[in-house]
Design a protein around this ligand. Structure first.
Ligand SMILES: Cc1ncc(C[n+]2csc(CCOP(=O)(O)OP(=O)(O)O)c2C)c(N)n1
Ligand SMILES: [Mg+2]
Length: 558
């Protein structure tokens, strides 16, 4: 069979070869994708590259897996799709990455340049001339390679866009002819990210003055702490201020949950809300105080407020702030620590009192006790270095609210966009990064992508999938009962999940309420994927919008 000529046999590489060489130069280790007639050149070049190619069963998974890889590692997650339906299939996952600010690079293809110039409209295969417009709605940056020699440059540019400032997904399309043609230029050395610049000393001094003067300061830490790798600096600031720390969904693990200053509970928990309200200053780090974390901006956050954010506009978007330090969190917190006068402020006592009262309330509640204990038990049997993914599902909401974490990049939850069906496909990326992935999802969300069991088996990915089966869209059952007093369109026929997994060659078990620890221990011993099915029907936690403790009209911009 004739083989394609490799780059070494030719003096000049093709655009596809330069693309792959550029990904190598950027340090990319794995790409997720599906081949199509338009992108075959890319897969051909990948076949000669040390980059691992993981072929998935739906393009949405390709992008979710890239997202899971990026969240688990802090590095660029890359997916490759083909023109038109392939690219469009990944759109919801790009939207999740955009809202959650995850550096994902989606590379797709496009008709050849001549067809594009003539805007042929002749219904060529996969024709999708406005593909960039489609992706613009869900990506941070979109671009097309226009010149044959610009492949490397554009790939480098797209990856920079994914990391600059607040981060997010980039979409790059390459016309067919430019992928196939030989090009003269080789790869671009990865340019350093545009520097954010050091924090302004004057702002740091004002921030420090406010915080030093506080008697009961508190800290609100978001996903920006993890993006910046600023956990150690956050601990230093918290200790100097003796201030309790609450983390958002994305901030989970950014401050170690076992630290005496950690609240280790969501801000929605009334005891935590009360602690924040009673505080007399707030330091907000790497968070835009979005609606889902603040109960629709009803959260009574104390003044004065000091914010550290890589984009000042994000810090001011939802709540007004007295001082905004626009800088990378790591640098800003290090500079701040130097200006703080360490003082005892009973921070650990305040945090402990809130934790004890909240735990007693959760344990004492008939509807909350069981799911709360489930999360506790899960934490006890899942190793700390595993990567846990919670789906949009009642058990996922419980995990997202109450799972404790000691380190950042140990947890993912799709509350960028609220995309059901995220957790299992994203786990493919985390597992490809060498992490044990533990997925907590519902029966409905798992059925978005059960075909990826084939991917996980084929690639021997260490994934534990815990499907909590309530025979339907349980969260929506709750919503409907609250709003309409009856349910509709939420009861689902479900397969025998254990048999389904077995059909793919994955190990599987069905367990009762007491079997969690044994089943997790068993699954951790499996090299490839395994599935645990558990029947349970739980009430959703206080972090879900219909259950928010704070009601009433939110202030326009508190
Ligand atoms: C893409 C998408 N479609 C629909 C929804 C709405 N939604 C949120 S949770 C949910 C139910 C999920 O069912 P399941 O996975 O079984 O979890 P359960 O709520 O039953 O625990 C639905 C339909 C969503 N968030 N995202
Ligand atoms: Mg369900």
């Amino acid at each position: 069979m004739p083989r394609s000529r490799s780059a070494s046999a030719r003096a000049r590489p093709t655009g596809a070869e330069v693309l792959v060489a550029q990904l190598e130069a950027l340090g990319v280790e794995v790409v997720f994708g599906i081949p199509g007639v338009h992108n075959l050149g890319i897969f051909d070049a990948l076949s000669r590259s040390p980059i691992r190619t993981i072929v998935v069963r739906h393009e949405q998974t390709a992008a979710y897996a890239a997202d899971g890889y990026a969240r688990a590692t802090g590095r660029l997650g890359v997916c490759v799709t083909t023109t038109g339906p392939g690219a469009a299939n990944a759109a919801a996952a790009m939207g999740e990455a955009r809202m959650a600010r995850v550096p994902v690079l989606h590379i797709s293809t496009q008709l050849d340049t001549r067809s594009l110039e003539g805007r042929s409209g002749r219904f060529q295969l996969h024709e999708s001339q406005d593909q960039m417009e489609l992706m613009r709605a869900v990506c941070r940056w979109v671009g097309r390679v226009q010149l044959e020699d610009a492949v490397g440059q554009m790939v480098a540019r797209a990856s920079r866009e994914a990391f600059a400032g607040r981060r997010g997904p980039a979409f790059l399309e390459i016309p067919l002819d430019l992928l196939a043609r030989t090009v003269s230029r080789q790869v671009e050395l990865p340019a350093p990210l545009p520097s954010q610049g050091p924090p302004e000393p004057e702002l740091i001094a004002r921030a420090a003055a406010i915080l030093n003067a506080a008697k009961r300061p508190a800290i609100w830490a978001g996903g920006g702490v993890a993006s910046s790798g600023a956990s150690a600096e956050l601990v230093a600031v918290a200790e100097a201020l003796d201030a309790p720390v609450v983390t958002t969904f994305d901030g989970k693990g950014a401050f170690p949950a076992s630290h005496p200053l950690a609240l280790a509970l969501p801000p929605h928990q009334p005891e935590v809300t009360a602690l924040l309200k009673r505080s007399d200053a707030l330091l907000v780090v790497g968070s835009d105080l979005d609606g889902m974390n603040t109960q629709g901006w009803r959260m009574p956050l104390p003044r004065p407020r000091v914010a550290v954010n890589v984009v000042a506009e994000d810090a001011r978007r939802n709540y007004s702030c007295d001082v905004v330090v626009e800088a990378d969190a790591k640098e800003a917190l290090a500079a701040l620590t130097e200006r703080l006068t360490p003082r005892r402020r009973r921070g650990a006592e305040r945090a402990e009192a809130a934790r004890v009262a909240a735990t007693a309330a959760l344990r004492g509640s008939r509807e909350f006790r069981q799911p709360f204990e489930f999360v506790r038990r899960l934490r006890a049997c899942v190793p700390g270095d595993a990567f846990v993914l919670a789906d949009m599902a009642v058990p996922g909401y419980w995990v997202a609210a109450y799972l404790t974490a000691e380190t950042p990049r140990s947890f993912a939850y799709p509350l960028g966009w609220g995309t059901l069906g995220y957790a299992f496909p994203a786990s493919i990326g985390a597992a490809a990064a060498g992490r044990r992935a533990v997925v907590v999802c519902g029966d409905g969300g798992f059925l978005f992508a059960p075909g990826e069991l084939a991917t996980a088996v084929q690639e021997r990915l260490p994934i534990t999938v815990l499907v909590v089966n309530d025979g339907g869209y349980g969260m929506l059952r709750f919503d409907q009962m609250e709003r309409f007093g009856h349910t509709a369109s939420v009861d689902l026929h479900v397969p025998d999940f254990a048999k389904l997994a077995a059909a793919f060659g994955a190990k599987a078990r069905r367990i009762g309420p007491d079997g969690l620890e044994g089943a997790i221990a068993w699954s951790l011993k499996q090299k490839g994927p395994s599935l645990i099915e558990m029947a349970a029907r739980w009430a959703p936690p206080l972090t879900t919008s219909p259950r928010w403790p704070l009601k009433g009209k939110p202030e326009a911009r508190p």
